[in-house]
Design a protein around this ligand. Structure first.
Ligand SMILES: *Cc1c(COP(=O)(O)O)cnc(C)c1O
Length: 391
């Protein structure tokens, strides 16, 4: 049996999204900037996709900017706010410790360029509070950027409340909503943010295409210079198949949300209840303010990497945190920010679901994880020490 439980890293492209994309590789291959029929057909598809994405988000079409990824949208949002702030002498930026590296590394770069960055700590569940944000905002704050939901531990932040604080204090607010869009209800009309990032491949759209939503009147800087695409905010011939696929996938995800989210939440809770009895295990992230499809556990005394390899042999594709940090042996910055000691943060396991996940998948996971954990502990010298210390 094969179980794909790494949907926070990427999802399978949906059939309707793929079907909608295919004509734009061959029959309708035009460049939307061309004036002839091929060009105009592509331009029409682009406009339709923009309108569709706007509808899905509760936004206006002219507030949608297509990018090459969620990472790019994060970079552009942060750099734009920093640039606009600096023009008014505001060079202070606020974020939190568990953001995606697309956010954290952009802010690190800006710190090297002379900005001051406040990184707010989170509590043991990964929550950052509106009060923390209010306290951190200064006269010279140009931007607050806090993610809607965390990609590793699934914690959902109090984003509307944080947006309200920023609005009251007239500070630009951006949210990385890459894990949230298509998974929990979101509407930019009521959200109160100024900018929001999303990525196609996290909701069964294609990879290599994202969206930066910027509320009307919020000025954007281009990261890529060249042609006049995306109203001069993002040069480069538009990825029409990708954009069309993203729009269809998003429409579908939003339409299915009320059916999929409760089903996944139930499967998530079943898996959590099934793993909790494992000795010296710990659920990472918030017990209830949590993405429907996220389960993240630490098992003391074992290495996350060995766990993943043995799970893979049993047909279970999982992750030890973020796809971007696996491959390096550093423990996840998210788990460390939650206050976990290095030794424990190494033994983490993330299982993330999608609409394709079934009850049988969860049962298979539950049948293979406990024996693998036991096996690894039996051959682990660290585990021997832990049990000795306990005795
Ligand atoms: C996946 C992800 C990103 C990056 O999106 P890409 O399209 O893969 O660049 C950014 N933020 C979060 C929270 C993510 O989960």
């Amino acid at each position: 049996m094969k179980v794909y439980a790494d949907n926070a890293a990427t999802t399978r492209c949906g059939e309707s999204a793929l079907k909608a994309m295919l004509p734009f590789f061959r029959e309708d291959f035009g460049n939307p900037s061309s004036l002839h029929a091929y060009g105009q057909s592509a331009a029409t598809a682009l406009q339709k996709a923009r309108e569709s994405v706007a509808r899905s988000l509760g936004a206006l079409p002219q507030e949608i900017y297509f990018t090459g990824s969620g990472s790019e949208a994060d970079n552009q949002a942060i750099r734009s706010a920093a640039f606009n702030g600096a023009k008014k002498g505001k060079k202070h930026l606020i974020t939190c410790a568990i953001e995606h590296h697309a956010v954290l590394h952009t802010l690190n770069q800006l710190a090297r360029e002379g900005f001051e960055v406040t990184v707010l700590p989170v509590d043991e569940y990964g929550i950052v509070t509106p009060e923390q944000v209010a306290e951190a905002i200064r006269e010279d704050t140009a931007l607050v950027t806090i993610m809607t939901a965390n990609n590793e531990v699934g914690t959902i932040e109090p984003i509307s409340e944080i947006a309200r604080v920023c609005k009251d204090k007239r500070v630009t607010f951006h949210t990385d909503a890459v894990q949230a869009i298509g998974h929990i209800p979101m509407d930019v009309k009521t959200l109160g943010a100024d900018m929001l990032s999303l990525s196609g491949h996290k909701f069964h759209g294609p990879k290599g295409v994202g969206v930066l939503w910027a509320r009307r009147g919020v000025p954007l800087q281009s990261l890529i210079n060249g042609g006049a695409q995306e109203r001069m905010r993002r040069a480069g011939t538009e990825n029409i198949p990708g954009i069309v696929g993203l729009a269809v996938a998003l429409e579908e995800a939003v339409a299915e949300l009320n059916e999929v989210a409760p089903r996944l939440s139930a499967l998530r809770d079943k898996l959590i209840r099934g793993l909790e009895p494992i000795e010296l295990s710990r659920l990472n992230g918030h017990p209830t303010k949590r993405l429907p499809g996220n389960v993240n556990f630490c098992f003391e005394g074992i290495e996350g990497e060995s766990l993943l390899l043995l799970l893979d042999q049993k047909g279970v594709c999982a992750s030890s945190g973020s796809a971007c940090t696996s491959g390096s042996l550093d423990p996840s910055h998210v788990l460390l920010a939650l206050g976990l000691p290095h030794a424990i943060a190494h033994g983490s396991l993330r299982l993330s679901f999608s609409r394709e996940t079934t009850e049988a998948d969860v049962e298979h996971i539950l049948s293979v994880v406990p024996p693998i954990v036991e096996y690894l502990r039996n051959i682990s010298p660290v585990w021997e020490e832990i049990t000795k210390a306990q005795a």
